[in-house]
Ligand binder design. Structure first.
Ligand code: MN
Length: 241
């Protein structure tokens, strides 16, 4: 008798389970079940093929860097803000809470920095900037070569992981700086605030497969793929003259 009752009870449980499964299938698609409803930030398309920047940046590094590292920052950022009052804010707005939110600082920074990094490189890049930006670099640093030297020095001397930047300060002037980890000069905690117009990732994941410990060689190679046209557009967009 007792066994029979238990069996009937289990039948009830099973029926209830099946009913809930069916009703789920009727009203919610599998895609909606597998991920949160509000995926605020999406991994942007890479603007060129993984091998497009060879021989300066190798295809395997690009593939891992984009499809694993950048994707992880994107997913982790979404997870960090899901269900909080930060949902719905722009990535630029999130940079203003980096100081009080470590997950946003690391993953929001990683998301913004890599979006930006892909955009300032191109298979047809390299050379020197023309126009207003070229003139501003010469005016600020004395020559393009001197700019290259100072930018490279900022990238070489960043201890551990981080970034080197060329940015525009609030007064419109150019500046070079570097930041640790996934910090950037837009963050509320940045000691050197500016709007970046060029950035270089000097984390080992950005160069180790091809260059191993030779970070200076990677930095030198980066100059062959800088998309100066895009950098000039960023310069113009922040009021650079
Ligand atoms: Mn990176």
């Amino acid at each position: 008798m007792r066994l029979k009752l238990l069996f009937i009870f289990q039948l009830f449980l099973f029926a209830g389970f099946m009913t809930s499964q069916l009703s789920c299938q009727q009203s919610i698609s599998p895609q909606q079940i597998q991920k949160p409803q509000n995926m605020a930030f999406k991994l942007p398309d890479l603007p060129y093929a993984y091998n497009a920047l060879e021989p300066h940046i190798d295809a395997m590094t690009m593939e891992i860097h984009y499809s694993r590292h950048h994707a992880a920052y994107t997913n982790n950022l979404n997870a960090a803000i899901a269900g909080t009052n930060l949902e719905g804010k722009t990535i630029e707005e999130l940079m203003q809470v980096a100081g009080s939110n470590t997950a946003v600082r690391n993953n929001g920074g990683g998301f913004w920095n890599h979006n930006f990094f892909w955009s300032v490189m191109s298979p047809t890049g390299g050379g020197e900037p023309a126009g207003a930006l070229g003139a501003a670099i010469t005016a600020r640093f004395g020559s393009f070569d001197e700019f290259k030297k100072q930018f490279s020095q900022a990238a070489v001397s960043r201890f551990g992981s981080g970034w080197a930047w060329l940015g525009v300060k609030a007064d419109g002037s150019l500046m070079i700086c570097s930041t640790p980890n996934q910090d950037n000069p837009l963050m509320d905690i940045a000691p050197d605030k500016c709007t970046p117009i060029l950035g270089l990732d000097v984390w080992e994941h950005a160069y180790y497969l091809k260059y191993q410990n030779k970070r200076p060689d990677y930095i030198s190679a980066f100059f062959n793929v800088i998309n100066w046209q895009q950098v000039s557009e960023y310069y113009a967009a922040v009021g650079g003259k």
